[in-house]
Design a protein around this ligand. Structure first.
Ligand code: LLP
Length: 433
């Protein structure tokens, strides 16, 4: 009935998440409210790990892409599940470090890391720094020399794969700001340079072809291209690549239109390809890393709002206004992303209305969605937007000086705040007169 399996309807006809009544959550913690289901997050982590075990003999590491949703509690869950972390800024690295995350399981990304970030990564002994360009490589070599260490690095490679997804979340094609190009020879020259440097330990290659991808073929193709590159490095430079990081990007179900593939299938097909090619080319099987973000966090989360004014413009549309908007969920404004909505206090009623859900920001484009099927809705209702666990809180802003909502985690029939709601004092905290 719902896009995520942790959602149901109770005897009061209220939407539940992880068995907890969402209308009660809204009244206990206030709205807007992000709610995450810890058990489902953990289940996703285990599915990825198990598929790595089943199809690749456990010779790999699943790293959660923390850009999807990062806070101390989330880092702790990943730590507890034996999952690594993909971080992309000093802020994410600092959050991980603050809970004592094992730094050997951290991959540090970014296409324009600062010296401060590189130094922090060295200081924390981050397991893998994913180097994006030569400018970064040279600076990192100097920083590592100063610290008297060798930095473990992988290169971000553009494999030239055009996965069918939104333009802004496509990253593996030739015209991308991320990484080294293969087809121009840029990546190969860069490898020669990396292995010649004293304070660099070049351990592997990385690619990430995009996000919210449903097809398995582009992932398999990317693995094929990367193994081809590993082979070239071995044959022409007599250098063995130990690790292959295939990034994230696995699609999830936001609406009934979406048809994601089980993670198992992804790992099965990719493992088959990697093993077959390595056998054929007489290469040692690389240790594989994957970096799912959305697929771990998104289905586990919902956002609860309170419905305010409703404006019916005859023959045009009905606007249903909520007490949040693009400040807590900018994805419709950015990508025209589609969501399912449910009136949480009449969750099983038929969705026989079609509305535009509008936020409260001072901007016409501040919408959660248009043409959204929904139950009869009135002011004071609790509205749930589903599958908002990834790239919602993490991309939220204080636009219009609106404080960010709290994040509540549900587990075992209970709930707890894992990120406090911002206050008005937080809004002026850094202002000086
Ligand atoms: N690894 C790297 C290097 C990445 O750049 C990303 C996402 C991931 C892993 C995780 O991808 P995922 O499994 O979550 O698809 N803000 C956009 C998504 C941007 C994704 C950026 N990189 C959105 O809201 O759809």
């Amino acid at each position: 009935m719902f896009v995520s399996k942790n959602l149901a309807v109770n005897e009061k006809d209220h939407l539940t998440i992880g068995g907890i009544d969402t209308v009660e959550l809204a009244s206990k913690y206030g709205t807007p409210l992000y709610v995450m289901d810890e058990d489902l997050i953990r289940e996703h982590c285990r599915s990825f790990k198990q598929s790595m075990d089943r199809y690749y003999g456990g010779e790999g590491l699943v790293c959660y892409a923390s850009k999807a949703f990062c806070c101390k509690a989330m880092c702790k869950i990943m730590m507890d599940e034996g999952i690594g972390l993909d971080v992309v800024s000093e802020g994410e690295l600092y959050t991980a470090a603050s809970v004592g995350f094992p730094m050997d399981k951290v991959c540090f990304h970014g296409n324009n890391k600062t010296d401060e970030e590189l130094s922090l990564a060295i200081e924390h002994k981050v397991g893998r720094i994913i180097v994006d360009n030569i400018f970064e490589l040279e600076r990192l070599n100097k920083i590592a020399l100063k610290a008297g260490v060798k930095a473990n690095i992988m290169y971000r490679i553009k494999p030239g794969i055009d996965a069918h997804t939104h333009d802004f979340v496509r990253t593996g094609q030739i015209d991308s700001k991320f990484g080294f190009a293969l087809e121009t020879g840029e990546a190969f020259e860069a490898v020669k340079k990396a292995i010649s440097l004293d304070n660099i330990n070049f351990i592997g290659v990385h690619c990430h072809i995009g996000s919210q991808i449903f097809d398995i073929d582009p992932f398999v193709h990317a693995a094929e291209v990367m193994i081809g590159f590993i082979e070239k490095i071995k044959n022409e430079l007599n250098y063995e690549i130990k690790e292959l990081n295939l990034g994230g990007g696995f699609g999830i179900k936001y609406t009934e239109e979406d048809t994601p593939v089980a993670y198992d299938k992804y790992m099965e097909k990719v493992s088959e390809k990697v093993k077959a090619l390595c056998g054929e080319k007489n290469l040692k099987l690389p240790f594989i890393l994957i970096e799912p973000g959305r697929s771990i966090a998104a289905p586990a989360g919902i956002t609860l709002y309170t419905v305010g004014g409703i404006k019916n413009i005859p023959n045009i549309r009905t606007y249903v206004s909520i007490d949040g908007g693009m400040c807590d969920n900018p994805r419709y404004a950015l990508y025209k992303s589609k969501y399912d909505v449910v009136v949480a206090n009449k969750a099983s009623a038929p969705k026989d209305n079609v509305v535009t859900v509008a936020g409260k920001c001072c901007e016409s484009g501040d919408l959660i969605g248009e043409g959204m099927p929904i139950q009869q809705v009135e002011a004071g209702d609790t509205l749930a937007v589903l599958a908002t666990g990834a790239y919602n809180y993490s991309m939220s802003s204080n636009y219009n000086r609106i404080p960010k909502p709290a994040v509540v985690m549900v587990k075992d029939g209970g709930s707890r705040v894992v990120v406090k709601r911002e206050t008005l004092d937080d809004i002026i905290r850094n202002d000086l007169e």
